[in-house]
Ligand binder design. Structure first.
Ligand SMILES: Nc1nc2c(ncn2[C@@H]2O[C@H](COP(=O)(O)OP(=O)(O)OP(=O)(O)O)[C@@H](O)[C@H]2O)c(=O)[nH]1
Ligand SMILES: [Mg+2]
Length: 595
């Protein structure tokens, strides 16, 4: 099968184009370094099946960060039949150097000048035919996001696959001394084929940045936006979750209970109180997940991440991190795993390790589910969003504290050059795609962990069969009792202890296992929790859940990214210790104050 590789600098729209070509679901975002791994898809092109490969962006072929290595290894191991080189049409001058280097690799090349829509808006005119003629390469203008020029580009690609570009061979000179010659030729091409207005008109980006990057307004604006967003998630998401839970419990009494009516009690118990209750409780979170990721898509695609990096860079430097570390923390709000992988863009190993040490404290969407549920059960509708917001602040605080404590162990001085891409509005298509990617991810985790998890919880809370279900003589009861000396000082009871043990595998299971332990779901479960716990215990439980290890996948990712078991165990041990200590301080001081 023929192979096409998408090559270009970071943030030029490779993944966007990949999605358009393959109908795939590569993650897209207005931040250089979103893609850090290979992704491939197949399409039918001119009657043949062709494999398309999306690659991380590279600034040049000699980079040595881990994501750039991915590209180099790929090119080394499999020469693609066609390199589709994507340049940002608004920055041709800067991006030409990569094209130069790729030309020297003796590959079949088609050049796409992407973001033609922005180039036009900025008054940049590019004569792609002239450019193509002068360089002897097929060059096309296109907008991968909005689709203009796409069909022509696709035809050119089909053609180039069939007949390797004529004239390539004699232009390929592998010696470095030729560089200057080609570079001067490039200058000539740029001069003749590209016109950039002497002064760029002021754009929305400049106007917005005057507020967003304001020396003292910037940070309050950031926290203000965050607060509104979590208020919004709570106000919209929580009722949606309630409705879905209600619908599912109606389904239980209307259809599931009659269906299992004739079976032995242990089987109907396992099916209804175990699997159905657990899965239904988890499934009720789908609307919150969708809502949350629609918002994340807006943040990631707008270009605000770079502004956040800019605002926080100086502060992060004091902690031995840099602006990128802050962005990874924000990305971790979605899921810690891609944020951990995103650190591949860092060249310094110690900076990477320190950043990966703090990312797991970022309050991911799975933990968000636990907090939305518990805070709605224990706090008034006025206080619950504040509680949620305070947990985000604690998440930053845990990261900051960790960085401050360990920065001397991981010293580095990697310079970080910040790019501020223009603000871009995500299209509806991009937002829906993102929502869909996340629901799919959630469902795949659900099938992997949640069903097995709830079955196991059910067994633990129902065996041995002589014991009263959920009582102290069951296996779960015994585990809870055994761990009592550790968890009692932080106000966490036996039932919550079992949920925390399962939460080690994935936080999505926490509420599901509480549903199984209590044999209740939805509102009934909230009610039972509200009766049994007071707010101090609930908050202590949430703090612990926030700070201890996010999930097994994140540990596995830490291990593969750091390639160091000692470091992985250290991050595990530290997060458990910190979780316990924070909860201990909180719980004991609250009790001492009489709450
Ligand atoms: N205006 C405009 N924006 C685009 C176009 N193509 C992509 N974008 C936006 O540019 C940003 C970067 O797109 P990606 O597809 O993630 O870029 P990438 O090259 O894969 O980036 P890395 O994976 O970081 O190397 C996103 O905000 C896209 O929505 C386009 O043709 N026009
Ligand atoms: Mg990409």
């Amino acid at each position: 099968m023929k192979r096409i590789a998408l090559l270009g600098m970071p943030n030029t729209g490779k993944s966007t184009l990949f999605n358009r070509m393959t109908g795939g679901a590569a993650r897209v975002g207005n931040w250089p370094g979103i893609t850090v791994e290979l992704l491939s898809g197949k399409i039918l092109l001119g009657g043949d099946m062709v494999e398309i490969i999306d690659l991380p962006g590279i600034y040049d072929l000699h980079g040595f960060s881990d994501d750039e290595q991915v590209v180099r290894h790929f090119l080394h191991d499999n020469v693609p039949d066609l390199a589709l080189v994507i340049l940002n049409a608004t920055q041709i001058e800067r991006q030409m150097s990569l094209l130069l280097q790729l030309k020297q690799l003796n590959m079949n090349v088609v050049v796409l000048l992407n973001m033609s829509d922005e180039a036009r808006k900025y008054g940049i005119t590019i004569n792609s035919e002239k450019m193509s003629e002068m360089l002897g390469l097929p060059i096309y203008l296109l907008s991968g996001k909005y689709g203009a020029g796409y069909q022509d580009a696709l035809q050119a690609v089909t053609k180039a696959l069939r007949y390797p570009t004529p004239g390539m061979a004699e232009q390929l000179r592998s010696q470095l001394e030729q560089d200057e010659h080609i570079e001067s030729e490039m200058a000539r091409v740029l001069h003749h084929a590209v016109q950039v207005p002497a002064q760029m008109p002021e754009h929305l980006t400049d106007k917005l940045d005057r507020v967003m990057l304001h020396p003292w307004l910037g940070l309050p604006v950031f926290f203000g936006i965050m607060y509104l967003v979590f208020q919004g998630i709570f106000l919209l998401g929580q009722p949606l979750q309630g409705w879905v839970a209600e619908a599912l419990s109606w389904l239980r009494s209307a259809a599931m209970e009659p269906a299992v009516a004739g079976t032995p009690p242990w089987l109907s118990g396992l099916l209804l109180d175990g699997i159905y209750n657990g899965v239904a409780t988890v499934a009720a979170f789908v609307p919150i997940i969708v809502l949350f990721f629609l918002f994340m898509a807006m943040v990631e695609d707008s270009g605000y991440l770079s502004r956040a990096a800019f605002l926080m860079d100086a502060l992060m430097a004091k902690m031995g991190l840099d602006g990128r570390g802050f962005v990874m923390l924000l990305m971790g709000f979605g899921c810690n795993v891609p944020a951990l992988m995103g650190t591949r863009v860092m060249r310094s190993r110690s900076l990477r390790l320190l950043t990966m040490l703090v990312i797991p404290f970022s309050l991911c969407s799975a933990r968000l589910q636990v907090f939305v549920f518990i805070s709605a059960a224990l706090f008034s509708p006025q206080h619950a969003p504040l509680v949620l917001f305070s947990l985000y602040l604690f998440s930053f605080a845990a990261a900051i504290l960790t960085a401050l404590l360990f920065r001397s162990k991981f010293q580095s001085s990697e310079p970080f050059v910040l790019e501020l891409p223009p603000y871009r509005f995500p299209t509806l298509r991009q937002m829906l795609l993102r929502g869909w990617i996340e629901v799919r991810h959630f469902l795949s985790r659900a099938t992997q962990f949640i069903i097995a998890g709830v079955v196991l919880v059910w067994l633990l809370t129902n065996l041995p069969s002589s014991a009263v279900a959920g009582g102290p003589d069951t296996l779960a009861g015994m585990i809870g009792t055994a761990l009592h000396p550790i968890f009692a000082p932080i106000g966490i009871n036996e039932q919550l202890t079992i949920a925390l043990i399962f939460g080690f595998v994935a936080k999505e299971i926490v509420i599901g296992s509480l549903a199984v332990i209590y044999g209740l779901s939805g509102d009934a479960l909230s009610g039972a929790l509200g009766m049994q716990l007071d707010w101090v215990q609930a908050y202590s439980f949430m703090l612990f859940t926030l700070v201890y290890t996010p999930c097994l996948s994140s540990i596995a990712t830490l291990r593969t990214e750091a390639k160091d078991i000692g470091y992985t165990l250290f991050t595990l041990g530290w997060s458990l210790l910190l979780a316990w200590s924070l909860s201990f301080v909180f719980y004991q001081s609250a009790r001492a104050l009489g709450y």
